[in-house]
Design a protein around this ligand. Sequence first.
Ligand SMILES: [Zn+2]
Length: 297
Amino acid sequence: MEHMENGIPNTGSKHFYYKHSGAFSPIGIMIILVTGLIGTSILSTIYGFASLYIPFIYINFLLTAGLGFGTGSLIGFGAKIGKLRNTTILTLLSLIFGIFVLYSSWVIWLFVLFERELLLFNPLHIISAIEFLAIEGAWEMFGFVPTGLFLYAIWLLEAIVIIGASVFGARSFLSGVAFCEDCNSWAKYTYVLPPLQHSTNHEFLRNMLEQGNFSVLSELKEADNSAFFTSVQLSGCNECSNFFLLSVTSIENTKDSKGEDKTKATQIIENLIIDKKEFDSIKEWGENSVQANVNLA
Ligand SMILES: [Zn+2]
């Protein structure tokens, strides 16, 4: 228990958040393009076949969202490998590949629909085929065949979901991660402190931490509630000793009206840049408070 009494010292200086530098390389872009092209060709082929042969509308909707998210994840994965630190370029690429996967899934879907005898690659021909199908309808849902404007609305919604999920999926890959520009690699080190007491005053915690008043964390003490707590994560570059970050999240586990578990995670600070001394003192306090727990047990 002795260590618990020693809090984390304050440094009292203004701290800033990590932001992607915006850097990228032609090789990195190439990696994303290759990953994207191979991946979307496979995904759209699966989707084109599956959406025609699976008659369940809900599963189809999940497939649609999955196609977009899968595409975005591939772009995000390529961006991680290719060391892309530019969110604008990432968004643009995921938008382009979202449109491309939509196009190629139409190619495959029409190919399967027309008894695998007609491969339309020209977008103008695809649009003509869509206009032709909209007259009579192409499939049944809830016992009726959608046609005309209603069918166009469904196809538009499908397009929005695919492209939107692609952008969302790609961006989620680069959010929360940090890159050490000195070592030219992603920061891989993480250490999660034992859960601390839950705090409802997020604004206060954020202001204190941004001002370098890290003792607010040790003052919270260890959590005695496994459903409501504050999670503290240290991260940094494990190749050099001058890139350290602090993230703090408020976790609230509750049950919804149906009695199912629900976790609400509120990010209080994400990737606040700290120095080695601050990193060491927070980590040491975290390890010692665990130690205190073990001794008590
Ligand atoms: Zn480094």
